[in-house]
Write a protein that binds this ligand. Structure first.
Ligand code: GTP
Ligand code: MG
Length: 321
């Protein structure tokens, strides 16, 4: 696990010789869980490559959904992980919000007992040795970075960009005793919905805040549109209609994410099926038609037609959900 570009897939390539995709650009590379199996010291080993949180293309709820689904299903089928490897770039001179979020999500997924977690720092060839060591000390000695996790049993390893170093990490991981992760216990043993697990509630809290913000923005845009229509200010109506559509689409994505988090293990796979329901599509069509009409209309505007396309009632019932 770990943020995008920290070297998760590169590590898997190094140890397994497989051709999992490694990214050179800024965008996240690994979007789905990838499983790679190989043999080391006569033992069959399966490595799971996970997408990072704060992904460029997917929401945290989606990423967690994919991870939770796979982890829970394998635990329900009697499989346990020997270790979770969390990757961090030693070359990062700040702990970014994204790195911190990835770290906290990993911690929440693992649960209270972190004895199966190995924190690995990568990109040692990108830093001056002394500077890297000073940073390593700070990271491991600070409670809110790795310090707190190390106190709760997590291990630490440096990962050089070589096959030998990567294989040493595998050997270290194999010495650990397999045990269920926090999220597996929560979802499989305690039958909790994803949003009620430690990891899910972290994501849901943020989504709830965002949802409230979008609802307020949408209501404000709607009110302002009414005023602009009364004043026959087509230019302003045009701008507001575009804003409103953007808030509306964003709100729907947030609501879909929250719906995904509300699911339990057996329902996770069906999360996408429920997406297109409700009044969303009809209302969006209406908003789009109105935006288009405003784009075409002149300052004098076809006020009557626009009035017939009022979205106020439908929007109120959508927001009330
Ligand atoms: N210099 C250096 N480059 C590395 C090291 N590890 C990985 N890279 C490079 O870092 C880039 C990103 O590596 P990936 O393995 O794709 O990172 P990832 O964590 O799988 O990223 P996502 O799939 O986006 O989550 C690639 O260009 C790698 O070649 C390292 O230790 N040193
Ligand atoms: Mg990757």
């Amino acid at each position: 696990m770990g943020s995008t570009g920290v070297g998760k897939s590169s590590f898997i390539r190094l140890v397994s010789g497989s051709d999992v995709e490694v990214g050179d650009g800024l965008a996240s590379q690994t979007h789905l869980l990838q499983s790679v199996t190989f043999t080391h010291e006569n033992r069959g080993i399966t490595l799971l490559d996970t997408p990072g949180f704060n992904d460029t293309n997917r929401s945290d709820a989606d990423v967690l959904n994919v991870i939770a689904d796979h982890f829970s299903e394998s635990y329900a089928n009697g499989r346990q992980f020997a270790a979770v490897l969390y990757f961090h770039r030693i070359s990062d001179n700040r702990m970014s919000g994204s790195s911190l979020n990835n770290m906290k999500m990993c911690e929440a997924i693992c649960g209270d007992d972190l004895s199966n977690l190995v924190i690995c720092t990568t990109m040692w060839d990108q830093v001056d040795q002394q500077a890297g060591e000073a940073r390593e000390q700070e990271l491991c000695g600070t409670e809110m970075f790795f310090g707190g996790m190390l106190k709760r049993g997590a291990k630490y390893a440096r990962l050089e960009n070589t096959r030998e170093s990567a294989l040493r990490l595998i050997s270290q991981a194999l010495e650990l005793c397999p045990r269920p992760l926090g999220i597996q216990r929560e979802m499989v043993d305690n039958r909790m919905a994803l949003g009620h697990t430690a990891a899910g509630s972290r994501v849901d809290r943020r989504l709830l805040e965002l949802e409230q913000k979008r609802v307020a923005e949408l209501r404000k845009a709607e009110e302002e549109m009414k005023l602009a229509a009364a004043e026959q200010d087509v230019e302003l109506q045009r701008e507001l209609a575009n804003d409103r559509l953007a808030y509306f689409e964003s709100l729907q994505r947030i609501r879909e994410d929250r719906e995904t988090l509300a699911r339990q293990l057996e329902q996770l796979k069906n999360a996408d099926l429920a997406r297109r329901r409700g009044s969303y599509w009809k209302l969006k069509q209406l908003m789009r038609r109105r935006s288009k009409m405003l784009e075409k209309s002149q300052a004098s505007g076809p006020a009557e037609q626009l009035e017939q396309m009022s979205t106020t009632g439908a929007l109120s019932s959508y927001l009330a959900k």
